[in-house]
Design a protein around this ligand. Structure first.
Ligand SMILES: [Zn+2]
Length: 176
C-alpha cells in the first residue's frame, strides 16, 4: 500500500497543526483545556495491520482507560487514535482533479478532531445507532465547513466543493 513520502509527511504535519489550532479556537478551548495527550494522529507507516482499512480516509479508535487506584467513573478517560489511511488519501488525490494534499488533510483532521471534541464533551455518544451516526456525521460536516469557510488555503475550495455534496461518514470509528 502506498505511504506518504517524507515531503508529503511534512505537509500532513502542517495540516494537522493548523486543524488543531482551528478546532481549539472554534470551541474556545484554552491550551490547558485542549485534548493534548488525549489523542494522536498516525499515518500508515505507524499503523498495525488491524488499524488499516480500505475505503475511508481515516479510522478513529477509542481506547478507554481508568486512572490507577480509583474506581469512580469520573476518573475514566478516553484516548483516541486518528489513523490516517495514506493509500486512500493518495488515491483520492490521484482521482479527483484539483484535489491537493494540504487542504484535504486539513479537512479530514479538522473533521476528526470535531468528532473527538464532541465525544469528550458528551455531545456525541460512542454507542449511537446507525441513524444517529448519520445525523451526527451531517452535523460534523457542517461544523467542519463552518470552521474552514473563512480560512484562506490554496485548493481548499475544491475540497469544500467535494464535501458539499457528501454527508456520509468519511471514517470508521470503533473502540479498541
Ligand atoms: Zn465523521
Amino acid at each position: 500500500m502506498q505511504e506518504f513520502k517524507s515531503e508529503q509527511l511534512n505537509t500532513v504535519n502542517n495540516a494537522v497543526a493548523m486543524a488543531e489550532e482551528l478546532v481549539s479556537n472554534a470551541y474556545k478551548m484554552s491550551e490547558n483545556q485542549w485534548l493534548r495527550r488525549r489523542y494522536d494522529v498516525s499515518t500508515l507507516a505507524e499503523l498495525d495491520a488491524e488499524e488499516v482499512v480500505d475505503g475511508p480516509f481515516a479510522q478513529v479508535i477509542r481506547f478507554s482507560g481508568r486512572l490507577k487506584g480509583t474506581s469512580l467513573g469520573s476518573s475514566a478517560y478516553d484516548y483516541y487514535k486518528i489513523c490516517l489511511q495514506d493509500h486512500s488519501i493518495l488515491a483520492a488525490l490521484h482521482d479527483t482533479p484539483g484535489m491537493r494534499l494540504f487542504p484535504l488533510v486539513l479537512y479530514i483532521t479538522t473533521h476528526e478532531l470535531i468528532h473527538i471534541v464532541r465525544f469528550s464533551k458528551f455531545l456525541q455518544s460512542f454507542d449511537a445507532t446507525p441513524e444517529e451516526t448519520l445525523v451526527e456525521e451531517k452535523r460534523v460536516h457542517a461544523k467542519t465547513r463552518k470552521i474552514l469557510d473563512p480560512v484562506s488555503v490554496s485548493g481548499l475550495n475544491n475540497v469544500l466543493e467535494f464535501y458539499g455534496k457528501w454527508h456520509e461518514p468519511i471514517e470508521g470509528i470503533r473502540a479498541s
